[in-house]
Write a protein that binds this ligand. Structure first.
Ligand SMILES: [Zn+2]
Length: 200
């Protein structure tokens, strides 16, 4: 078994062979895990929530769902959801401009930068930031279409487990979001914490 700790605010890439299972855990609870996946043989093919939800008919990833690429090929199946469905696949990965939008001045760590750095470590230059799956984030669409993020209930030790359906490069980012924005609770009050990524 391979186990990687993704430090708070950082990202890591991991190669996952077809048939292997990838488990992502939030040891302290309520830490958003931005998740990206690429075809290991062609990083131009990446996991696409937008293509996935028109086959699963749900804007949230659920146990049993097959996640597909932008070329509509199966990449992963969610075999076990140990976080009671508290996930999101609509929020774009945070980036420098998102933090500036909220008034932050100066550089700020982001999931977009974490993705680029993690992929560069494997020799891949990424110039498109795919829509991630945001595991362990509590977002909800109201009947009138408004989008809200109530306080995050994900407990310590919550996890999600996926099976690879092709050889993949997966990237997990511990979302560095730490701004105090009213009504927008992404990570817990404790601030960003580490994530555990295991290959089993
Ligand atoms: Zn983020």
């Amino acid at each position: 078994m391979t186990a990687i700790t993704v430090p708070a605010r950082e990202g890591r890439a991991i190669e996952v062979r077809e048939g292997q299972r990838l488990r992502i855990t939030t040891p302290k609870g309520a830490q958003a895990a931005d998740f990206f996946a690429y075809n290991a043989r062609n990083v131009g093919e990446w996991l696409s929530p937008n293509h996935t939800w028109v086959t699963t008919f749900c804007v949230k990833p659920r146990e049993g769902d097959t996640l597909i690429s932008r070329f509509r090929r199966p990449m992963l199946t969610i075999v076990k959801d140990g976080a009671a469905g508290v996930h999101d696949m609509m929020i774009a990965a945070c980036d420098q401009f998102r933090y500036e939008f909220f008034g932050h001045q100066g550089p700020h760590a982001s999931c977009s930068e974490n993705l680029c750095v993690a992929m560069r470590r494997l020799g891949h230059a990424i110039d498109v930031i795919p829509q991630p799956i945001n595991f362990f984030t509590n977002t909800r669409v109201e009947p009138d279409g408004r989008f809200v993020s109530p306080p995050n209930p994900v407990p310590p030790g919550a996890f999600v487990e996926m099976k690879a359906l092709m050889d993949l490069i997966c990237v997990v980012s511990s979302c560095p979001f730490d701004l105090n924005v009213d009504g927008w609770t992404i990570n817990a009050d404790q601030g960003p914490t580490e994530l555990l990524v295991e290959l089993i």
